[in-house]
Ligand binder design. Structure first.
Ligand SMILES: [Zn+2]
Length: 272
């Protein structure tokens, strides 16, 4: 996988015959007390390597557009203006910057039901952000999100209840824990595999080194820990890469074993 170019809110990668575009939607600030130890308690001490913005952790919010030139899928959508703070919603600018016309996006794959991943289906003006949307994949445990603001999309939801091929280079893999329907999307090219995950890691500066650290909003912290451990181990294989919703933008890298945990090496310089 090769980094090609980047702009203010996007970065482009070549992955065999596929092109992967990382899209920076913005960020979320959260208190460090969201990080949880194995008893479910806030960490007694935050290691100095974890950067803070003011008193908060700043989580990047990314989405990923993958195309073979004919067929394209957008993985996650950012939060649009549905979050209580106006810190997200850059995905529409990011797509335009990358030369992707969002009116042509027909397929969206959602990692899980939280606003920072699914909220961007509806643009800030209340219209559907993707005018020709035909299919939205989401895990079976998370389909309840398609009510209220997202109700107009419900008729295009495709429920993921087991591992399933979306096309010949994209597979949905259920990874419950953070939410019951949390799903990762595995992109296969002749050059290897790229796993696009949602909330498997929230704080990259800490959770690769200490993968047992969980997140307060993991619906089932123990199950989320197990899912994270399995994905991290899988990603240490040769020719495997990760694209993470909350990894530092543009959020694509490779993972190696390191000490009792793992290390992440980004494939591109930071954006945003
Ligand atoms: Zn998230």
């Amino acid at each position: 996988m090769r980094f090609i170019s980047s702009g203010r809110h996007h970065a482009v990668f070549e992955f065999g015959d596929l092109r992967v575009v990382s899209l920076r939607d913005g960020y979320i600030d959260m208190p460090p007390s969201r990080l949880r130890d194995e008893e479910g308690c806030a960490l007694a001490e935050l290691p100095a390597v974890v950067p803070l913005t003011g008193d908060n952790l700043r989580l990047a919010v990314n989405a990923f557009f993958v195309t073979d030139g004919t067929r394209s899928v957008l993985v996650d959508t950012g939060g649009s203006n549905a979050w209580h703070d106006p810190t997200m919603g850059l995905i529409y600018d990011a797509l335009a910057e990358a030369g992707v016309d969002r009116a042509h996006i027909t397929d969206v794959a959602i990692t899980h039901r939280h606003i920072d991943h699914v909220g961007g289906l509806i643009a800030p003006d209340g219209s559907e952000a993707f005018a020709r949307l035909e299919r939205v994949w989401i895990g079976a445990g998370d389909i309840s999100v398609f009510t209220g603001r997202l109700a107009p999309i419900r008729d295009r939801v495709v429920v993921v209840s087991e591992q399933v091929a979306i096309n010949d280079w994209l597979t949905a893999v259920p990874t419950p824990g953070h939410t019951p329907g949390h799903t990762v999307y595995e992109v296969s090219s002749g050059l290897g595999r790229l796993l696009a995950w949602g909330d498997t890691v929230h704080v990259p500066a800490l959770q690769f080194d200490r993968p047992n650290v969980a997140w307060e909003y993991d619906g089932d912290q123990s199950q989320a820990r197990t899912a994270r451990a399995a994905l991290l181990e899988q990603l240490t294989r040769p020719h495997h890469f990760v694209a993470g919703a909350h990894l530092d933008s543009p959020g694509i890298g490779r993972i190696t074993p390191s000490g009792a945990g793992y290390a992440l090496e980004y494939l591109a310089p930071p954006i945003g």
